[in-house]
Design a protein around this ligand. Structure first.
Ligand SMILES: Nc1ncnc2c1ncn2[C@@H]1O[C@H](COP(=O)(O)OP(=O)(O)O)[C@@H](O)[C@H]1O
Ligand SMILES: [Mg+2]
Length: 321
């Protein structure tokens, strides 16, 4: 039996193990999307030693669409898409915060704006207390070592002409963190850790020779090689079969403890979010409409949009009973 084979019942068992052993969950905070001030931190957080790793405040990302000449004559108004519209939240060190919402609601734009891959229209993004928007290129590069991303499609992110080992080593060279021999040792350790063994064999393979789950393990190894503290995962298991999803998520949970990671976990899949996240932010039309601890969100959704979203997921409704 392949190591990537799990049955549906295995998935449920794993789900309950993980949720019941979930480490300290921090009470999340949400600032109303119309607020301009950051609401106070709930007591449970204020009294604990929890550190805010990432603070996003009133972040906006508006895209202005180029109009053709005729359209400009007809209408003076520019067409603006408010992909991220006044989003504020805090992410605590060690927390897994889910970001859920339908396709097109602005999840990927939010993650790219946090990383400063696109500069925000307005608002601030603080990582470890530093405002990323103010940073010069050199400091921003150092921050990018500490914030890594894992994307939905590993095949698209991995260079098909590069051997797996070299792909994983690449960020070490980009950030000048290791010599070639050190890099090779680190990559071998990481391959072992993400379960791609025998290591000597996988090191010299090409992404095209691997399954989707194995490719995602490579992408995770590549993200972790620079020892980041925050991982932003944008639909990391959406393209994988359910059984393999569970294995990859389980690996990510183990790595979180081992490497002391914090995750911002983007998904449109509520069952994945419920399985994986300590708290969940629900996004709709560029705004976070509700942010709560996972079980509270599922048991006592407040916002009409959250209720609709939960009702639209029949599998979850039966799980909750
Ligand atoms: N580069 C862009 N230019 C213009 N509009 C964009 C661009 N990228 C995304 N959008 C729009 O912004 C909105 C949010 O997109 P996105 O962040 O990809 O959502 P999600 O990841 O939740 O599916 C969508 O309406 C999308 O069409
Ligand atoms: Mg997206």
């Amino acid at each position: 039996m392949s190591t990537e084979h799990f049955s549906a019942t295995d998935k449920l068992e794993v789900t309950s193990v993980v949720r019941s052993s979930a480490s300290q969950v921090h009470q999340p905070t949400l600032e109303s999307t119309n607020n301009t001030s950051v609401t106070s931190v709930p007591k449970s957080v204020a009294t604990s030693a929890a550190k805010v790793l990432l603070r996003v405040t009133n972040l906006r990302q508006y895209y202005t669409l180029e109009q053709n000449f005729i359209a400009q004559l007809v209408s003076r108004e520019q067409q603006v898409i408010k992909a991220v519209d006044n989003v504020s939240f805090e992410l605590y060190s060690g927390q897994i915060l889910g970001l859920v919402g339908e396709s097109g609601c602005g999840k990927s734009t939010l993650s790219r704006t946090i990383l400063q891959l696109i500069r925000p229209t307005s608002g601030t993004v603080e990582f470890e207390g530093k405002d990323l928007i103010q940073l010069d290129k050199k400091s921003l590069r150092e921050v990018r070592r500490q914030i890594q991303m894992v994307f939905q499609d590993p095949h698209a992110c991995l260079n098909p002409l590069m051997m797996v080992g070299d792909s994983i080593a690449d960020p070490l060279f980009i950030h000048k963190l290791a010599s070639h021999s050190e890099a090779k040792r680190k990559v071998e350790e990481m391959l072992e850790r993400v379960g791609l063994t025998p290591v000597e064999e996988y090191y010299y393979r090409y992404p095209g020779d691997l399954s989707g789950g194995q490719q995602q393990r490579v992408a995770i190894a590549r993200a972790l090689i620079t020892r980041p503290s925050l991982i932003i995962c944008d639909e990391p298991v959406s393209m994988l079969d359910a059984s393999i999803q569970t294995q990859v998520l389980q690996l990510m949970l183990e790595l979180k403890d081992e490497f002391k990671l914090t995750y911002l976990f983007i998904t449109h899949d509520l069952s994945v979010a419920r399985f994986f996240c300590d708290a969940i932010a629900v996004m709709n039309k560029g705004q976070i409409v509700e942010l709560k601890e996972t079980e509270e969100l599922f048991n006592k959704p407040q916002h009409p949009y959250t209720k609709n979203l939960l009702n639209a997921a029949p599998l979850l409704a039966t799980q909750m009973r």
